[in-house]
Design a protein around this ligand. Structure first.
Ligand SMILES: NC(=O)C1=CN([C@@H]2O[C@H](COP(=O)(O)OP(=O)(O)OC[C@H]3O[C@@H](n4cnc5c(N)ncnc54)[C@H](O)[C@@H]3O)[C@@H](O)[C@H]2O)C=CC1
Ligand SMILES: O=P(O)(O)OC[C@H]1O[C@](O)(CO)[C@@H](O)[C@@H]1O
Length: 408
């Protein structure tokens, strides 16, 4: 159905780029509960059509109790359809959110620039933009991409005065869900969405979003989540892969892997506590880590190690979930051996067949052509005699010849 043929029911509108797991299962659901008509923008026609035909979908909260929450009313557009995008810009829009993946994010600059131009031309007021990706400063990266699209000085001034770009931390495990209703989504009960309060503009309509927590200490939240939940998840995925486990549940239920993940989280935790003191106390952080390990053990979630380990090159970027906490430990001369083992395991991740991952294949090719030492030096920026680099190379060789390290 073309967007022009739709009628939005006069509610405040939220535009969510990405109608995937986190878009439908978390952000879209929170925004809908807050009273928005949620419009999804995606590139997959089948999803867009289904959202428009059904106008709703179910979120299954996977806690063993058959809890279902219906999200409605919703509609959808194709994110590259500039006419539809401009039509949404003229609605009572107050927030744009994204959950498309860090690698795709810059592609949203074009449609969002179109929205900003349209609103400027129509004399419309402020809106907020929040990129909900597993990436530090995702919203800043999106803003920079949008600014490249808006070359006109007036447009840039309008952006400065009228667009709130808020970074956020987004935490809910939403793996692919199998159901005979393809729009349905399965989520863990836990969720935490924390947004930088300094950057939010007052919008019209101005909607209180319960479930979106605004804070003036966002950096601490972002790093705590990325360097704990995501660090632990990634290490569980990479060790699980090496030990032929197919899911995170199988992996974390292996005592040896559980022990390694827990040690890694205590290493990153020590750095987080020191860096963000007094925001986290040791006791609070212990509780946070314990809760995360329990979340990985949710037997109602079927989360493949191939999904959680996906795109290892992205996960091995400096500042991301593996090298980020290691750098924090290095700066403070704190223990980091288990985190370094996690990096070595990531370098051996190479799912095959239907689960093949382009970035994992690239890593294997690079190691074959250049040698592991050179690849680690490139990824980390460390010299070849750096003692952490040497440790990663040793662990890599050990894991390669003895993949059942987790049991040693
Ligand atoms: N699934 C999860 O549990 C969590 C995911 N995240 C983050 O959320 C983001 C999305 O992850 P998932 O929802 O799991 O991925 P997904 O693959 O389920 O969803 C991504 C969606 O983006 C759409 N998309 C691709 N290109 C697009 C474009 N140009 N315009 C609009 N839509 C486009 C895809 O068609 C897909 O529907 C990632 O950054 C991820 O790290 C964060 C926390 C939890
Ligand atoms: O979505 P990414 O960054 O590839 O990483 C997978 C991660 O995302 C999550 O789905 C949600 O934070 C985690 O389950 C996992 O750590």
């Amino acid at each position: 159905m073309p967007f022009e043929a739709m009628s939005l029911p006069g509610k405040p509108v939220a535009l969510q780029f990405g109608a995937g797991n986190i878009g439908r299962g978390f952000i879209g659901a929170v925004l809908s509960k807050a009273g928005f008509h949620v419009v999804f923008a995606d590139v997959v026609e089948k999803i867009v059509d289904a959202l428009n035909e059904q106008g709703q979908y179910d979120v299954h909260v996977l806690n063993g109790c058959e809890q279902i929450e219906t999200v409605k009313p919703v509609s959808a557009i194709i994110s590259t359809d500039m006419k539809a995008v401009a039509a949404i810009a003229r609605e009572p829009l107050s927030i744009i959110t994204t959950a498309v993946g860090p690698n795709i994010l810059p592609r949203l600059a074009k449609p969002i620039a179109q929205i900003i131009r349209t609103r400027m031309a129509e004399g419309m007021g402020p809106i907020n933009i929040v990129a909900c990706e597993n990436l530090q400063n995702a919203t800043v990266i999106l803003r920079e991409a949008i600014e490249k699209e808006l070359t006109d000085k007036e447009e840039l001034l309008y952006l400065q005065d009228n667009i709130g770009f808020a970074i956020c931390s987004v935490d809910r495990i939403v793996p692919p869900f199998s159901s005979d209703k393809p729009l349905d989504v399965g989520v863990e009960p836990f969720y935490e969405w924390t947004v930088d309060s300094h950057s939010l503009k007052k919008t019209d309509p101005d909607v209180e979003i319960e479930g979106m927590h605004a804070t003036d200490n966002l950096d601490a939240y972002v790093q705590r989540k990325l360097f704990t939940l995501n660090t632990g998840h990634a290490i569980a995925a990479y060790l699980g892969f090496l030990d032929n486990k197919s899911t995170i549940l199988d992996s974390i239920n292996d005592n040896s892997i559980h022990d390694i993940v827990s040690r890694a989280l205590h290493e990153s935790g020590a750095a987080l506590i020191e860096k963000h003191s007094p925001f986290f106390t040791l006791e609070e952080h212990e509780e946070y880590v314990k809760k995360i390990l329990e979340r990985f053990q949710n037997s109602h979630l079927k989360d493949e190690v191939s999904r959680v380990g996906r795109e290892p090159l992205r996960k091995l970027r400096r500042g991301d979930r593996l090298l980020g906490p290691i750098e924090m430990c290095r700066e403070r001369n704190l223990e980091r051996d288990t985190l370094l083992l996690g990096v070595a395991a990531a370098l051996l991740f190479h799912p095959t067949g239907a689960q093949e991952d382009k970035e994992a294949t690239q890593v294997q090719q690079r190691i074959q052509e250049e040698g592991v030492e050179k690849v680690v030096a490139d990824l980390t920026g460390w010299s070849s005699d750096d003692k952490d680099l040497r440790k990663i190379v040793r662990d890599y060789n050990m894991l390669k010849s003895q993949p059942f390290i987790a049991r040693l």
